[in-house]
Write a new protein. Structure first.
Length: 363
């Protein structure tokens, strides 16, 4: 019998998210509208698909470039930083895991918001770290209480998603800049910007790439429609980024994902069209909410949190009803956020089916 570590013995076997495929197998049928994982139903552009097809036809027999060099060069131009400031990984989830391995050991104190992205917590728990939670304030992560918790607990790592998941709210970049400035010198901000493509520029902080107190994470899963390719990146101070090479899976990003991500950066016209489609879809969700006498939370992402008007028990029942009707959605995990259901934007067919199903799901 294997001799498991003490950390493994204490961990739950639960995973951060139950995939829609798992739910479909349980239900015995396919979802009619897949609106729960914040994927882009619009998919990647035709140019990106063609680039990936060509890669499969000609180069899939090769390992991916372990340095991700061409993609780093393209990103360095986009971000106006050196390639030495960029690390590529198998989506933000994997990169968060690497970051935690770099910084967190048994009983290392880590600050996050109660109800924020659970995969970050998953990695911290797997390293034996001690998570300390602070509450949301008016459906926003609260910078003041996060900073207070960092200082009170002498924490070495603090997590913030901006725009936020699961509520879709956003904090102005100048406030995040001040938050970083006030962090202790030995604390690092893990700034998850997975949804930054959807937010106005005023919500994106202007941060010196040499600032040692922050690392930023972005992805090709959301606006670029490449969730299934599993590819994302982080950027920050050069020495911090260099340390990822000590532990990362050097061949973890496959060649097709590299080709797709590179092609997507060169298709700005398509990205702009996607952003317009997302705004139109959010407007439609807002209207559906109002027709059903529900309150929506203005979103700066590709999803909308809809306040069901009561408590978590009621919202869970609405979610379960929708799932049974063939609409895959999710909801926040803790009160008071869990008074809401969370709906990813979709095409007209998706949202029309959701609208019809919602009327039946409310009780």
């Amino acid at each position: 019998m294997p001799s498991y570590t003490n950390i493994i013995k204490k961990l739950s076997s639960d995973v951060p998210f139950v995939g829609p495929e798992t739910q479909e197998r349980k239900l015995g049928k396919k979802f009619k509208s897949r609106l729960g994982a914040n994927e882009s139903v619009f998919g990647p552009s035709e140019n990106v698909i063609n680039a990936m097809k060509t890669c499969i036809a000609n180069d899939i027999w090769k390992y991916g470039d372990p340095e991700n060099f061409d993609l780093k060069v393209a990103l360095s131009k986009k971000l106006k930083v050196s390639i030495k400031n960029i690390i590529i990984g198998e989506g933000i989830d994997a990169l968060l895991g690497y970051l935690v391995r770099l910084l967190v050991k048994t009983n290392t104190k880590v600050i996050t918001s109660l109800g924020a992205y659970p995969t970050f917590n998953y990695h911290v728990n797997a390293s034996g770290g001690k998570l300390i939670f602070v509450p949301y304030s008016n459906d926003h992560e609260n910078l003041d209480t996060l900073l207070e918790a960092v200082k009170k607990n002498n924490a070495k790592l603090v997590y913030l998603a901006n725009p936020d998941n699961p509520m879709g709210t956003a904090i102005e970049g100048t406030k995040i800049y001040d938050f970083i400035k006030n962090l202790p010198e030995d604390c690092l901000l893990c700034l998850d910007e997975a949804y930054s493509d959807f937010a106005p520029i005023r919500y994106i902080p202007d941060i010196d790439i040499n600032d040692e107190k922050v690392i930023r994470f972005r992805t090709f899963s959301k606006a670029y429609g490449l969730a299934g390719a599993r590819i994302g990146y982080a950027f920050g101070e050069e020495n911090l980024i260099r340390n990822f090479d000590k532990i990362r899976n050097h061949f973890g990003v496959n060649r097709v994902a590299q080709c797709g991500a590179l092609a997507s950066l060169n298709d700005k016209k398509y990205l702009n069209n996607i952003l317009k489609n997302v705004e139109l879809a959010k407007s439609k969700i807002y209207k559906i909410s109002e027709i059903n006498n529900l309150t929506y939370i203005k979103s700066y992402t590709n999803f909308v949190a809809i306040d069901c008007g009561k408590n978590g028990e009621y919202a869970k029942k609405v979610m379960e009803n929708l799932i049974n009707l063939g609409v895959f959605i999710r909801m926040p995990s803790v009160a008071p956020l869990n008074r809401c259901i969370r709906l990813t934007v979709g095409n007209d067919l998706d949202l029309d089916y959701f609208a019809a199903s919602l009327k039946r799901a409310l009780w």
